[in-house]
Design a protein around this ligand. Structure first.
Ligand code: AMP
Ligand code: MG
Length: 488
């Protein structure tokens, strides 16, 4: 090994930039230059996401990187674009949405031939901005940055976060804040609402153009006359699996409008999300969601509702009986995945017909106890006594514990193997609101280390990380509650 060997990956100027979705042209995308961010500075950089591009991590230190991430520079040979879409927002169809504050710089192709859209969020107005200013505030970019990496650490499909560029530029929300631009990566940012836009505009030929693009790029295995029906069915199944993963992790998206639903089954558009702490199935994390349409326990049903909206938008390509068949796949797929994930949390490797009731009984108990969801399961992985030690109704816990012990007797794994597996299924660390808030307040005061510290912790949430136990606990008593809403 030579000491002068170059680090893995390429330099910024060597990135291979391709014209992907942008090649569809108008009206799918509008060519739009980002609005430069005044005097930008680096706030966060994620080497794990840079590796997806095949970019050397040291390249983030270049001024050119910050200029790209701020929207003050662009790649030669690729036109930045904003995409049009529509969507059902809180159940009501809105015919004109789109990337109102997002601009895709281009698609980066890595050495493995994988392509990642490099999309800026908060990069200024576009044709789809409506009344918005096209900007994002520092607070919301930090939340999306940390949460998408936390989700990745939890093995939940998601867009990835590459970097944040900050600026003193004022942005007005409920109070004056400052602007920041998030760089995020995904193979595609196409949404259910992208299909809805062309369907409800009465342009079935463009629905087909869009479907053909998505199928060719991401569902190439689907060929033949039934391919659109198979595509719908695959998206339905992926969506069901995604939401099963959210439920098991205790993740609430907060704004499950069809314009925030990824056609690839990724978690997309982090806003007023939350991770379940005090267990409450009726929990509503988004303060703008007055009716609780997107409450935690409603997410699986809303996932199906959204798939129906997508199916409608594909009705020029897929006949009614095939639509019905595709949608019928949702519930069994959801049940299968959520049950497998919950079994893993309880350390059950063998499937048993009584498991759903056993699991539901424990969750009922957690709800009555208002127990901390991640702590309970992490404790249960360590020892049954420890899990019970924080509960008040010990008689109820003992009753359930006897059922659980009887059930564990049907397992074939030994206890050590079971507990090790449970520690891989129950994270010690999730992005609790107060952790994000602490990183935000430090960043608003000009200190960015906490973002990187949390990112590293959340990237490996199943590991112990000795010395960081405080980050695994609920907020200390007296910590002011953080209200999260759609305004960001
Ligand atoms: P969201 O609730 O963040 O998913 O956004 C819904 C729609 O509003 C999308 O079309 C966004 O692009 C748009 N939007 C949100 N915030 C802004 C903003 N500050 N400026 C322009 N458009 C925005
Ligand atoms: Mg959105």
């Amino acid at each position: 090994v030579s000491l002068t060997e170059s680090p893995p990956g390429v330099q910024l100027h060597e990135l291979r930039v391709r014209d992907g979705y942008a090649s569809l042209g108008a009206p799918f995308v509008e060519q739009r230059e980002p609005t430069p961010l005044p005097e930008p500075y680096p706030v966060a950089f994620n080497p794990a996401a840079a590796a997806l591009l095949g970019l050397q991590p040291g390249e983030a230190a270049r001024p050119e990187f910050c200029l790209l991430a701020a929207g003050n520079a662009r790649f030669r040979g690729a036109a930045p674009t904003a995409a049009v879409y529509a969507g059902h927002q809180f159940g009501t169809y809105v015919s004109q949405l789109g990337d109102g504050r997002a601009i895709t710089l281009g698609e980066i192709e890595n050495d493995a031939g994988e392509r990642w859209e490099w999309q800026l969020k908060g990069s200024g107005r576009t044709a789809f901005s409506r009344f918005g200013d096209g900007r994002a505030v520092l607070r919301s970019t930090i939340r999306e940055y940390l949460c998408s990496e936390a989700m990745y650490g939890l093995e939940i499909p998601t867009t990835r976060a590459l970097a944040i560029a900050g600026s003193a530029e004022p942005v007005f929300r409920e109070q004056p804040e400052t602007a920041a631009v998030l760089s995020r990566l995904a193979p595609s940012h196409v949404r259910f609402g992208t299909f809805e836009y062309f369907h409800y505009a009465g342009e079935p030929e463009r629905v087909k153009t869009l479907a053909d693009y998505v199928l060719t790029r991401f569902f190439a295995e689907l060929q033949g006359p039934e391919r659109y029906a198979e595509f719908l069915r695959t998206v339905v199944e992926r969506t069901a699996e995604l939401i099963a993963r959210w439920q098991a992790a205790g993740f609430q998206h907060g704004v499950m409008n069809t314009d925030n639903m990824s056609i690839l089954g990724l978690t997309l558009d982090y806003g007023p999300f939350g991770f379940m702490e005090t267990y409450d199935p009726a929990w509503i994390c988004n303060h703008s969601d007055e009716s609780g349409r997107y409450a935690f326990e409603r997410q699986p049903g809303i996932g199906l509702w959204n798939c129906k909206a997508l199916a409608n938008a594909l009705s020029s390509l897929v006949a009614e009986p095939e639509i019905e068949a595709a949608l019928a796949a949702y519930e069994p797929a959801y049940r299968k995945h959520v049950l497998a994930l919950m079994r893993a949390k309880f350390g059950l490797a063998v499937a048993h017909p009584g498991d759903p009731e056993l699991i539901a009984a424990c969750l009922d108990l957690l709800a009555k106890e208002r127990a901390d969801y991640p702590t309970f399961f992490r404790d249960l992985a360590a020892s049954d006594e420890r899990a019970g030690s924080r509960l008040a109704d010990l008689a109820a816990w003992r009753t359930w514990g006897e059922r659980y012990a009887a059930r564990l007797a049907l397992e074939t794994r030994d206890e050590a193997a079971r507990r090790a597996a449970m520690l891989r299924a129950n994270p010690k660390y999730v992005l609790r609101n107060h952790l994000a808030q602490r990183a935000i307040e430090a960043a608003e005061a000009g200190a960015y280390e906490e973002i990187e510290r949390l990112r590293r912790l959340l990237a490996a949430p199943f590991d112990e990380h000795p010395g960081f136990d405080d980050d695994a606990r609920p907020a200390p008593p007296g910590t002011p509650a953080v209200d999260v809403s759609c305004s960001s």
